[in-house]
Design a protein around this ligand. Structure first.
Ligand SMILES: [Zn+2]
Length: 149
């Protein structure tokens, strides 16, 4: 029988540099200051390569999701995506300049701004007919967050 010692502090390890911390908040602070632009996914190898037909299916679902959320709205939008499987999100966005991953929060982030962002998003989602309202002065932005719980 193992003897559980209640006084042993929980150890939170940074998966990027393997420093250890005694609390999750210290780890989060560390990650924010040292690895804020991190793109490395420690468990990348465990994500299966999605088959093309699955990617297409989710690209279409994603477009509908975005359009719904952007209806009658202008300006910067932040979308939390939980409808996409992790591997699809990573597959679609991991090579984007704004792609980031936080191992401590298990959160992905990707951002598209202005006309260039719109064009790039069209390419990624394989969607030619993309047309939603735009704020003429500030343009618009899209932030995608993908959480894994
Ligand atoms: Zn670290």
């Amino acid at each position: 029988m193992s003897n559980t010692n209640m006084n042993t502090p929980s150890i939170y390890e940074c998966l990027l540099c393997h420093q250890k911390f005694s609390s999750i908040s210290l780890l989060l602070r560390h990650e924010k200051s040292k690895h804020n632009d991190n793109k490395f996914i420690p468990h990348r190898n465990s994500l299966y390569l999605p088959p093309p037909e699955l990617i297409i299916q989710y690209q279409n679902a994603f477009i509908i999701h975005i359009k719904k959320r952007l209806e009658h709205s202008i300006g910067s939008k932040s979308l939390s995506i939980d409808a996409l499987p992790e591997t699809i999100f990573v597959h679609l966005f991991e090579y984007e300049p704004t792609f980031r991953y936080s191992p401590a929060q298990r959160e992905y982030y990707c951002e598209f701004q202005g006309k260039d962002g719109e064009e790039r998003l069209k390419q990624i989602l394989n969607c030619e007919y993309w047309n939603f309202q735009q704020d003429k002065t500030t343009g618009y932005g899209l932030n995608f967050n993908w959480y894994l719980f």
